[in-house]
Ligand binder design. Structure first.
Ligand SMILES: [Mn+2]
Length: 321
């Protein structure tokens, strides 16, 4: 059964020690959802911990209360409830021991396996943070500027800076209340979107400079390896989201980013606009994802992998445009 914000709030109101978690390699929605809810539960006098498998990404570390995130791969000790946000299954957090607890599952990703004792799934939410806002309201906790800042992080990142996803009046009502609560949207946006490393900025230039175009410039191919990273002074963390950049061109409707892992193994990230279904491409190599964002692992020489990806991408571009 699908629950509601009220049901989640009722489950949390009755419990004292509460652990919050989200997926490994957390994104802005994962961090923002966890910390907004943590701050709200503090207000109710709960004992709250936030555990993530990986550190908060650098651009989000200046937001309030980020230092309370514990990085770990195991939930030690007891908890009356574990709230898992942004995760379609209980393996996504990559934190052992969650299944030993009363799990509350809050998510907006299609294909959620309803693994919790309480499950609230809402694919109409532009970010999990929209759902967290409803939970905070159901708990009758007033929004502080810090809570609002994390809700902004969640919604601003999951919509790609208000570009995509199921944005609705609910999204902008949330933004209105974020501003009313005293968060500073311009400062936050600069912090979230414009605080990369110099290595990342150099890498952006190098990657785009070497971009290949195919199929009347409708398909862009980007390639990345450790040599390019070190030439630019960048780290693997600096590659997050770079696959989206070619979509900034009007002509480009699909992108593949080929990251050489080691030897002949490539991690392939795929992005598209509109009806071009890159999940179908990922599934060719046992990968997965969504229509506009997917990934898979492909083995072969650089040329073999690129040619195979280009051929398959052309098919979905033709089918979707
Ligand atoms: Mn999300």
């Amino acid at each position: 059964v699908n629950a509601s914000a009220a049901a989640v709030a009722a489950a949390l109101r009755d419990r004292h020690s509460i652990v919050l978690t989200s997926h490994a390699r957390p994104d802005g929605d994962a961090v923002g959802s966890c910390l907004a809810l943590a701050l709200a539960l503090d207000h109710l006098g709960k004992q709250v911990r936030v555990i993530l498998h990986d550190p908060v990404p650098m651009p989000y570390r200046d937001l309030p209360a980020v230092d309370r995130v514990e990085v770990g791969d195991r939930l030690s000790g007891t908890a009356d409830a574990v709230v898992v946000m942004e995760c379609s299954d209980l393996d996504r957090p990559d934190v052992a021991g969650l299944d030993q607890h009363f799990v509350v599952n809050v998510d907006h990703h299609l294909g959620n396996t309803m693994y919790g004792a309480v499950n609230w799934f809402d694919e109409s939410a532009a970010a999990c943070g929209e759902m967290v806002a409803d939970i905070i309201d159901a708990l009758n906790v007033p929004w502080t500027a810090d809570i609002a800042s994390h809700l902004f992080l969640a919604v601003a990142t999951d919509t790609g800076g208000f570009r995509y996803g199921p944005m609705t009046a609910r999204t902008f009502d949330l933004c209105r209340r974020i501003a009313l609560a005293g968060a500073n949207p311009a400062n936050l946006a600069r912090m979230i979107f414009d605080s990369f490393s110099l290595g990342r900025v150099r890498l952006t230039g190098a990657l785009l400079n070497a971009m290949e175009l195919h199929h009347d410039s409708r398909l862009a191919i980007l390639a990345l390896d450790d040599d390019l990273l070190s030439t630019c002074g960048a780290t693997p963390d600096d590659t997050e989201g770079l696959v989206n950049l070619p979509l900034g061109a009007r002509e480009v409707v699909a992108v593949a980013l080929l990251k050489r892992q080691n030897g002949n193994v490539f991690r392939v990230s795929l992005r598209s606009k509109g009806a071009v279904d890159v999940r179908a491409v990922a599934e060719t190599w046992d990968g997965g994802g969504h229509q506009n964002a997917a990934g898979c692992t492909v083995t072969g020489s650089t040329t073999e992998v690129r040619d195979a990806i280009v051929a398959r991408m052309k098919q979905v571009i033709d089918a979707g445009t």
